[in-house]
Design a binder for this molecule. Structure first.
Ligand code: DSN
Length: 422
């Protein structure tokens, strides 16, 4: 006879998965012992992690609160409504969609909403700081739309609005995209709006990287300026991995339909609830202070590297990241990443404006401070990290020195513990 009780309880009483548990343990150890300077990463709170690991993951909820294709959605409806209300309050928006699984999904939903195949997009060149989903030839955006790009000014390595306007007049795009994944300067959304209006284009601001800084008032907002603002929740916003879309109320139906059933099926209700948790955290005054410290740390580390003889793309930073051009050091981004990883400093290789090397090698590295700032590090630690980076790159063939640096990295990371109870 089948033991129905045991069978029913299978999902609640399943044996521990030792292999995965071990992998998670090792990853926690890695995050605790290394210095994480990936500009798009952060340490989210325990409450966000707990919520993502909740049974809300079991629920299918295609549709929107009050209008679902499944029964039993009363609790997840509340979670999604709370997430939307908090997101609107945080961003100062009148409409948002919290269902996109990622920033790319959010961008694709906007494209589906306003573009037809073959329509023209004007976006920032990937090499100069743009993003794959803004028209890379192998991304869906580059395959289905006619993509034109703008670059930064070769002298200043900053956005050149006159030139963007000139290209927009020539191209007459249907959509202009502002936003980047490796641009360290303030983006003038008002200027983009003027350009878009002049050529009757839609204007989308992809604020994936800067969303946390923007809601804290440390970057001008795109809400009420751009037709569509997309964002991710896991970078400077410090929430779970995911995407968001904001727009005027008049676009609400269009965007809702574009997200579901346009580019997605069932929303991830555990992640949406975790987004709500992160928005509540970001609504606290302490989050503004956190955003300010991210930028202070970024500027401090950037200045250290500059004073130590490294060339900084555009000469500095206004936000959470900056790019180091390693060309004059006779070093590629890829080689620098290998050396830094060997001592426990985690950065990513990155192309720099007008880079002659391909992205898999790259002439630069991108450095960001959201994660170390969450750990509680300040300017003093940024100088220490600068010294460790510099010394690693200068002594990359000296194993004795690298071993000493690795020890200092572990000690510094250990002084600012994350997830201490694990
Ligand atoms: N992965 C993001 C970043 O690192 O900037 C972009 O997709």
């Amino acid at each position: 006879m089948i033991n129905s009780k045991k069978h029913e309880n299978h999902t609640l009483n399943t044996e521990e998965d030792i292999e995965i548990k071990e992998i998670i343990k090792k990853e926690i150890e890695r995050q605790k012992s290394q210095i994480i300077l990936i500009a798009s990463e952060n340490f989210t709170s325990r409450e966000v992690i707990r919520t993502m690991g909740s049974p809300l993951t079991n629920k299918y909820a295609e549709g929107y609160p009050g209008q679902r294709y499944y029964a039993g959605c009363e609790n997840v409806d509340e979670a999604e409504q709370l997430a939307m209300d908090r997101a609107n309050k945080l961003f100062g928006s009148e409409y948002c969609n919290v269902q996109p699984h990622s920033g790319v999904s959010a961008n694709l939903a906007v494209f589906l909403g306003v573009l037809n195949c073959g329509d023209k997009i004007l976006s920032m060149n990937l090499r100069d700081g743009g993003h794959l989903s803004h028209g890379h030839k192998q991304n869906l955006s580059g395959r289905y739309y006619d993509v034109h790009t703008y670059t930064v000014n070769p002298e200043t390595e900053m956005l050149d609005y006159e030139n963007i306007q000139k290209i927009a007049r020539e191209v007459r795009p249907k959509l202009i995209i502002a936003g980047a994944s490796s641009y360290s300067r303030i983006i003038d959304f008002d200027r983009f709006r003027e350009i878009a209006d002049e050529v009757s284009a839609f204007f989308m601001a992809d604020t994936a990287h800067i969303a946390g800084l923007m809601v804290s008032g440390y970057h001008p907002t795109s809400i009420g300026v751009a037709d569509f603002t997309t964002a991710t929740t896991h970078k400077t916003l410090r929430g779970p991995r995911g995407g968001l879309i904001f727009a005027d109320k008049k676009y609400a139906d269009l965007i809702d339909r574009s997200v579901f059933p346009g580019v997605q099926g069932g929303p991830l209700m555990h992640v949406i609830a975790a987004k709500a948790v992160a928005f509540k955290e970001a609504l606290q005054d302490s989050f503004k202070d956190y955003s300010r410290r991210i930028i202070e740390n970024s500027k401090a580390l950037c200045e250290y590297m500059k004073n130590d003889g490294f060339r900084i793309v555009s000469g500095g930073t206004d936000n959470h990241l900056f790019l180091i051009d390693l060309t004059s050091k006779n070093l590629t981004g890829s080689e620098a990443v290998d050396a830094l990883t060997s001592v426990g400093i985690i950065v990513n290789k990155n192309v720099i404006p007008f880079d002659k090397l391909r992205p898999t090698i790259a002439s630069g590295i991108r450095i960001g401070t959201p994660a170390v700032t969450t750990q509680g590090m300040g300017e003093e630690e940024m100088y220490k990290i600068g010294e460790l980076i510099s010394s690693t790159l200068k002594n990359r063939n000296n194993n004795t020195i690298l071993k000493e640096i690795a020890k200092k990295v572990r000690n510094l990371a250990g002084d600012f513990p994350v997830y201490t109870k694990d």
